[in-house]
Design a binder for this molecule. Structure first.
Ligand code: SAM
Length: 296
């Protein structure tokens, strides 16, 4: 259903010369804000990551605008042009395909350069998949760590997860559905099968779905073809369960393993079994809990 926003928004905005970073919906076009619609109507130039994608939103709003493509492969080259436009008194809007530009999307080199030159940059806030997912996850979200997309290559992805999983805050990842099983496998390997996760699929769209579970179970279901993996995902990883209990159990397991193998191997295996950070298991008692082991 098209939405003729101009019927309720009054006269077009008058925009000062600046870059306007405009958030757009992550699925449901009705999530576009009135302010976004006004800026997209009034800006002298609209920069779009994928012009076909933005055209669908403009059609929905009943706006006919010409669009200038601005994506990760040409945004540095566009910079001089955009600076000249704003210096010439023009307003420029930047949109990505979905959600908030710059958040795992193009725009950072542009905004950084404009800021360095003292040019005004204004947010036109709206949808962001990470925040939408957190807001309905039931996981603690006063603090969280947004990690965006993990590296595509397995070794790099595992290394990144190894560094992130000891975090005491919820971790937020973006991922395409077809790669979710690999991500789950790596969470099991680096954080343990018991780590609590929430898979948020196709937020605000027809097939929106939230699937909670522990990493091992979700991996099993994904491998058995029991999880719908089509579409876009936000993967939320809960902080380690009860850190002290987990640590005590991990130390107990490490101490048993120590009877059969060297300390570094025992620590590595105990970490793999329990999900406790391997570095915490090199210390030989519980005195380092908050201070961290010497390796931290
Ligand atoms: N800038 C966007 C934002 O503010 O959320 C993110 C763009 S990033 C290129 C696209 C990724 O965001 C997808 O691969 C997916 O992980 C996540 N995403 C975007 N829309 C989503 C949705 N409706 N449901 C779940 N995840 C979504």
């Amino acid at each position: 259903m098209a939405f003729a926003f101009t019927h309720c928004s009054g006269p077009a905005l008058s925009l000062e010369p600046a870059l306007y970073v405009v958030a757009t919906p992550i699925g449901n076009l009705a999530d576009v804000t009135l302010h976004a619609a006004q800026v997209l109507e009034a800006a002298d130039v609209v920069l779009a990551e994928d012009t076909r994608c933005t055209r669908r939103l403009l059609d929905h709003l009943g706006l006919q605008r010409s669009l200038v493509s601005c994506h990760e492969h040409n945004e540095e080259a566009r910079l001089a042009q955009i600076l000249a436009k704003i210096a010439d008194g023009k307003s420029v809007a930047l949109v990505s395909d979905a959600g908030t530009p710059l958040i795992s999307d193009p725009g950072y080199p542009l905004v950084r350069a404009l800021r360095e030159q003292g040019v005004a940059v204004h947010p036109v806030p709206g949808a962001c998949a990470a925040v939408a997912a957190l807001s309905v996850s039931g996981l603690p979200c006063n603090e969280f760590l947004f990690a965006g997309f993990l590296p595509a290559k397995s070794a790099a992805r595992r290394a990144r997860l190894r560094a992130l999983l000891p975090e005491p805050r919820v971790l937020v990842f973006y991922e395409a559905g077809r790669r979710v099983p690999d991500l789950l496998g790596d969470v099991v390997a680096e954080g343990g099968a018991a780590r609590q996760l929430m898979l948020m699929r196709e937020l605000t769209k027809v097939h929106e779905e939230a699937t909670p579970g522990v990493a091992g179970e979700l991996l099993g279901r994904a491998r058995a073809g029991e999880l719908e993996l089509r579409g876009e995902f936000v993967v939320l990883v809960a902080p380690s369960p009860d850190r002290d209990t987990g640590l005590a159990e991990a130390r107990r397991i490490r101490d048993i393993l120590l009877e059969e193998m060297p300390p570094s191997r025992a620590a590595k295996l105990a970490a793999r079994i329990t999900g406790v950070d391997r570095r915490r298991l090199y210390a030989d008692d519980g005195a380092d809990d908050e201070a961290g082991s010497p390796a931290e």
